[in-house]
Design a protein around this ligand. Sequence first.
Ligand SMILES: Cc1cc2nc3c(=O)[nH]c(=O)nc-3n(C[C@H](O)[C@H](O)[C@H](O)COP(=O)(O)OP(=O)(O)OC[C@H]3O[C@@H](n4cnc5c(N)ncnc54)[C@H](O)[C@@H]3O)c2cc1C
Length: 425
Amino acid sequence: MGTVHVIGAGMAGLSCAVQCAKAGHSVAIYEASPQAGGRCRSFQDEGLGCLIDNGSHMLIGANEATKNYLDDIGSRDLVSEIVPATFPFFQPDTGQQWQIKPGSPYFPMWLLAPGRRVPGTNPIDYAKALRLSRAKKEDTVRQIIGGDDPLYDRLWQPICRAVLNTDADDASAQLLWKVLKLSFLKGESACRPMIFEKGLSAALVNPALAFLENSEANIRYQARLRGIRWENDVVLAMRFPEGLLRVENEDTVVLAVPPDISAELWPDTNPPQETLPIVNVHFRVREPVELPGGLPFLGLIGTDSQWIFSRDNVLSITISAASAHVDMPNWEIANQLWSEVTAILGRNMGRLPPWRVIKERRATIAQTPTVLASRPGAKTALNNLFIAGDWTNTGLPATIEGAIQSGRRAARLAIRRMTKVPEDN
Ligand SMILES: Cc1cc2nc3c(=O)[nH]c(=O)nc-3n(C[C@H](O)[C@H](O)[C@H](O)COP(=O)(O)OP(=O)(O)OC[C@H]3O[C@@H](n4cnc5c(N)ncnc54)[C@H](O)[C@@H]3O)c2cc1C
C-alpha cells in the first residue's frame, strides 16, 4: 500500500493525516517549521513566562467536522462549550452592555426578549438579514444590509470581522449568509461558543500528533518542500533541502500549505493572493480577571480592541481585519490597547503589565467576493496531487472548520485514489 505524503502540519494537514491514518494508510508529514499547528498553535512565551496561543481562537457548535476531529484524536474534553449560547458585548462610550442569546430559529421568541438583543433594536431589524439569502456572488455585506442599519456596527460588523476576518464593508454577503444559515438559523446549540481553556495546541495539535505517532506516521519538522517534479499527470518526486524524495506510483501527495506557497509549488493553481492580518496582544496580569458579562470573552464595540479573552493570568485582545494596526510599532499597540482595557475593566488594573504583540500578517485570505471567486478545489491536473487549506473552496469561511473540512476532503480523494491504483502499475 502506498504512502500519503502530507505537506504542512496546520489544521488542514493534520486532519488529512488523521483521516488517512485512521483508514489504515501509511502517512508521512513534512512541516517547514519546528512545530506543528501553523496559524493555530500555542507556545511558551519566555517574556510572559507562560503558554500563550498565537491568537485567541473560538469555535461554534456548528463546527461538526472539528468536533469529529477532536473525537478522533481524543481531546473533545479540552474544548469548553458555553451553554446556553451567549455572546456578551460592551460598548465603552455609551456604557451599554448586552448579550446575544440565540434560540430557536423556527420560533424566534428570543428576539422578542429585549435582554437578548442589541439595545435599541427590534425584531424586524434582524429579519432584514434575510436579504442576505438573495445576495449575488459579487455583493458585499454593506451593499445588502446598508451601512446605516441599526445592527450594522453592533452585530454584522463584529460577526464579519470575527468570522470572516474582513470588514463588513468588503465582506462577501453570500459567505455571511452561509455562516448565519449554519449557526443562527440552526438554533441555540449550533451557536454555542467553544473555547480552548488549555490552549490551542493542547486540544488541536498535540493529541493529533500523539494519534499519528501511535499510527506510526512519520512526522518531520524543518522539512520545507522546495519543489515538486512531475511528468504527464503524476508527481514523480519532491525536493527538500536535503535532496529529492521519490514519489512512488501508489503514493499520493497532499499540499496543505498557505496559498502563496501552494502557488510556488504547484503553479497550475491561481490561488487567492489577498490576505488580511490579525493582531493579538497578550497581557500577563497579576491575577485572573473576570470580564463584564461573566464569560471568558467579551465583544467590544467602538474601540480598537474587538474582543477580550481572559484565561488564567493572561488577558488577550484581538483585532481582526487589522490592516490599520499591523504596521504600528508593538509598544504603541500595547499601550493603546492597555489604556482601553483599563478604561473597561477599571483603573485598578494598574500600569502596563508584561505584554506580547503577535501580528499574523497573513492570518486568512480576504473574504471578499473577488477573492473568494479564486478559491480552487482540492483536485489538480495531476492525479496524485491534492490541495487542502482553509483558503481552498470549501464554501466556508477560512477557519479551523474550513481547514479541517478541506483536509478531510483531500484525505477522501487520496484514499480513493490509493485504493484504485494497482501496486504493480
Ligand atoms: C490570529 C488568528 C486568529 C484566528 N481565529 C480563528 C478563530 O477564532 N476561529 C477559527 O475557526 N479560525 C480562526 N483563525 C483561522 C485558523 O487559524 C486557520 O483557518 C487555520 O489554522 C488554517 O489552517 P491551514 O492548515 O489551512 O493553514 P496553516 O495553519 O497556515 O498551515 C500550513 C502549514 O504549512 C506549513 N508550510 C508552509 N510552507 C511549507 C513547505 N514548503 N513545506 C512544508 N510545510 C510548509 C506551515 O508552516 C504551516 O504549518 C485564526 C487565525 C489567526 C492567524
